[in-house]
Design a protein around this ligand. Structure first.
Ligand SMILES: [Cu+2]
Length: 185
């Protein structure tokens, strides 16, 4: 893509650790060039974290732009954000806290039956404060497939991680999850 939208400078600045690969854009269906598909979701807390926020996904021409805003995060800690799902037609869900089991703490593994594995890493950010505001663009999955291979994004969820439990910070603990719904084009 030759176009450089002016507000992408902030993306470049923030996205240093994210490998942006040049996917094969040649296989675009012509119809995709007309409109973007927009999905959005509300980040709802997990593990009683108090974290909430919103996400917006815009997919167009083999590029996925993800805007993520979260509040209530533990300051000065690592907060990973991912698109989770199954990629096989199984609908991903945000986990119910009943999956946490007897210890009452929903671990990364506890949530897997609901949200599935990581498909795209959106960021690994240490937030100076309690807020996170990302706007990043992806052309491929973590596995190196074109992002278009994931199909409709409303079958996936977005999970934010990182919480102190029993006095120890655990970067993997889920703190918020968003179900995605499509606005169409
Ligand atoms: Cu995740």
């Amino acid at each position: 893509m030759r176009r450089t939208p002016r507000n992408w400078a902030i993306v470049a600045a923030a996205a240093a650790p994210v490998a942006v690969t040049t996917a094969a854009v040649a296989a675009q269906p012509a119809a995709a060039s007309n409109g973007a598909v927009v999905d959005h979701g509300t980040l709802v807390e997990l593990n009683h974290s108090g974290v909430h926020g919103v996400v917006t996904l815009v997919e167009r021409d083999g590029q996925l732009r993800v805007n993520l805003n979260a509040h209530g995060l533990e300051p000065g800690q690592m907060h990973m954000q991912h698109i989770h799902g199954f990629g096989n037609g199984t609908q991903a869900h945000c986990p119910d806290m009943s999956l946490a089991g007897p210890d009452g703490v929903l671990s990364f593994a506890d949530g897997l039956p609901a949200y599935g594995p990581v498909l795209i890493t959106l960021g690994h950010d240490v937030t100076p404060g309690s807020e996170l505001a990302d706007s990043r663009t992806f052309t491929s999955t973590d596995a190196g497939a074109a992002e278009t291979s994931l199909g409709a994004y409303d079958q996936y969820v977005i999970v934010v991680h990182g919480l102190t439990n029993a006095g120890t910070f655990d970067a993997s603990l889920p703190v918020a999850c968003a179900v995605l719904s499509s606005n169409g084009s």
